[in-house]
Design a protein around this ligand. Structure first.
Ligand SMILES: Nc1ccn([C@@H]2O[C@H](COP(=O)(O)O)[C@@H](O)[C@H]2O)c(=O)n1
Ligand SMILES: C[C@@]1(CO)OP(=O)(O)OP(=O)(O)OC[C@H]1O
Length: 331
C-alpha cells in the first residue's frame, strides 16, 4: 500500500469514491454531479483541491481510499472558477453552494480542518486515512458534514454529533488529540525436528523448528499479544482458537489480520522492540527478520538476541522464547 495524492492516473477512481460516499448530497447540489466532481478535481476548484488529498493505493495503482480535506482558506478563495464547469448553471447551483460555503465559513476557524470526503474500501483503510491526517497536520478540530447513514462510521472514528447544517447533512466533529499506549507480549515454543523454523515471518535455515498448532513463530506471537491486549482486550488464543485455525497456519497471516482489526479501532503501531532468548545463534538474521516485520507492521522493529548464558532451557536448545513491547498511537 502506498500514500499518494490525487493525480491524473487515479483521478477517475478518486472522483467515483468521493461521489458515491455522498451521492444524494452531490445530486442535490449539482446536475450531472459525478461529472462535475471529476471536473472540479481536475481543475483544482476550491475546495476540491488535489493538494489537500491523501490517497491510499495498492501496488497495482487501485485506489483503496481517499481523504479530501479543506482549510478555511480553501473555502474562501477562487470561487469564480466554478463558472468554468457550471457555466450559467452557477446561478442556480450557486445559491445552494454559496449558502453551504457561507455556513462553513461562519462555523469554523483557521485552526480547524473540514473533511470533504473520507472513504476507504474497508474500515481499516478509512481509519488509516484519518490517522495520516491527524499525525501530519496540526489542526485543533476536524469538522465534517455527512449523510445520516454515515453517522455510525464517524462515531467509530471518535466523532461526535454537533447539529444539522442543512436539511440533508448531519455535522460531526472531533479533536485531533491522540494518545500513545504500550503493550507487552511473550511467547515460548519447544523445538522439534519435524518442523521448519519461522521467526518474524522469515524461514530460518536450521535443522529444527518449533512445536505448536500454527507455524509457531514465537516472535510474531509475542508481537500479536502486545498489540491485541491493550487494543482489543484479547489474546492470540482467543482470536485464533486451535479449534478453527488450520494446522501449520502462517503467523504472518495472523499478524496481517490483527493489524486490520486494530486499525479499524484506531490503533496504529509506531515501534516494536523484542528480546529473543535462543541457544541457536540468530544475529546474522537480524536485518532480514527486522525488515520482514517492518514491512508488515509499517513501523521500526528492533531485535535483541540472548543465549540465556547456559542457565535457561532456551540455552540448551529446548525452546525459543520472545518478549516484546509495542508502542501504539490510538486516535
Ligand atoms: N540466539 C542468539 C543469542 C545471542 N546472539 C548474539 O550473541 C550476543 C551475546 O549473547 P548473550 O546472551 O550471551 O549475552 C548477543 O549480543 C547477540 O548479538 C545471537 O546472535 N543469537
Ligand atoms: C496460535 C495458536 C493457534 O493457532 O496456536 P500455537 O501455534 O500453538 O501458538 P500459541 O502461542 O501456543 O497460542 C495461540 C494459539 O491459539
Amino acid at each position: 500500500m502506498r500514500i499518494t495524492k490525487i493525480n491524473k492516473n487515479n483521478i477517475k477512481m478518486c472522483a467515483e469514491l468521493i461521489y458515491k460516499e455522498k451521492k444524494n448530497y452531490y445530486d442535490y447540489l449539482f446536475k450531472n454531479a459525478s461529472f462535475v466532481l471529476e471536473k472540479a478535481l481536475s481543475l483544482n476548484i476550491p475546495p476540491f483541491l488535489s493538494e489537500n488529498s491523501i490517497v491510499l493505493e495498492n501496488e497495482d495503482g487501485e485506489v483503496l481510499g481517499i481523504l479530501l480535506y479543506a482549510t478555511k482558506e480553501a473555502f474562501r478563495h477562487r470561487y469564480e472558477r466554478w463558472f468554468r464547469i457550471l457555466g450559467l448553471k452557477v446561478l442556480g447551483t450557486g445559491i445552494k453552494l454559496a449558502s453551504v460555503i457561507g455556513q462553513i465559513l461562519i462555523d469554523f476557524s483557521t485552526d480547524d480542518v473540514y473533511i470533504i470526503s473520507l472513504v476507504g474500501k474497508t474500515p481499516d483503510i478509512t481509519a488509516e486515512l484519518l490517522y495520516i491526517l491527524i499525525r501530519q497536520f496540526e489542526f485543533s478540530r476536524i469538522i465534517t458534514d455527512i449523510l445520516e447513514e454515515e453517522v455510525e462510521k464517524y462515531k467509530n472514528l471518535g466523532f461526535i454529533l454537533s447539529g444539522k447544517p442543512n436539511k440533508i447533512m448531519t455535522r460531526m466533529f472531533r479533536t485531533t488529540r491522540y494518545r500513545t499506549i504500550s503493550g507487552i507480549g511473550w511467547d515460548t515454543h519447544p523445538t522439534t525436528k519435524n518442523k521448519k523454523l519461522f521467526l518474524g515471518g522469515v524461514q530460518i535455515p536450521a535443522d529444527f523448528g518449533l512445536e505448536g498448532h500454527s507455524d509457531a513463530d514465537v516472535i510474531i506471537h509475542s508481537i500479536i499479544d502486545s498489540i491485541v491486549g491493550v487494543s482489543l482486550q484479547k489474546d492470540i488464543g482467543e482470536l485464533f482458537p486451535k479449534s478453527v485455525t488450520p494446522k501449520g497456519f502462517s503467523s504472518k497471516k495472523m499478524l496481517l489480520d490483527v493489524l486490520r482489526l486494530v486499525k479499524e479501532k484506531g490503533f496504529f503501531p509506531i515501534n516494536v522492540d523484542c528480546v529473543i532468548i535462543s541457544g541457536f545463534m540468530l544475529g546474522k538474521f537480524r536485518t532480514q527478520i527486522s525488515e520482514s516485520l517492518t514491512s508488515i507492521l509499517k513501523c521500526p522493529v528492533s531485535l535483541k538476541f540472548k543465549t540465556g548464558n547456559n542457565i535457561y532451557p532456551e540455552s540448551e536448545g529446548k525452546c525459543i522464547t520472545a518478549f516484546c513491547v509495542t508502542d501504539m498511537i490510538s486516535i
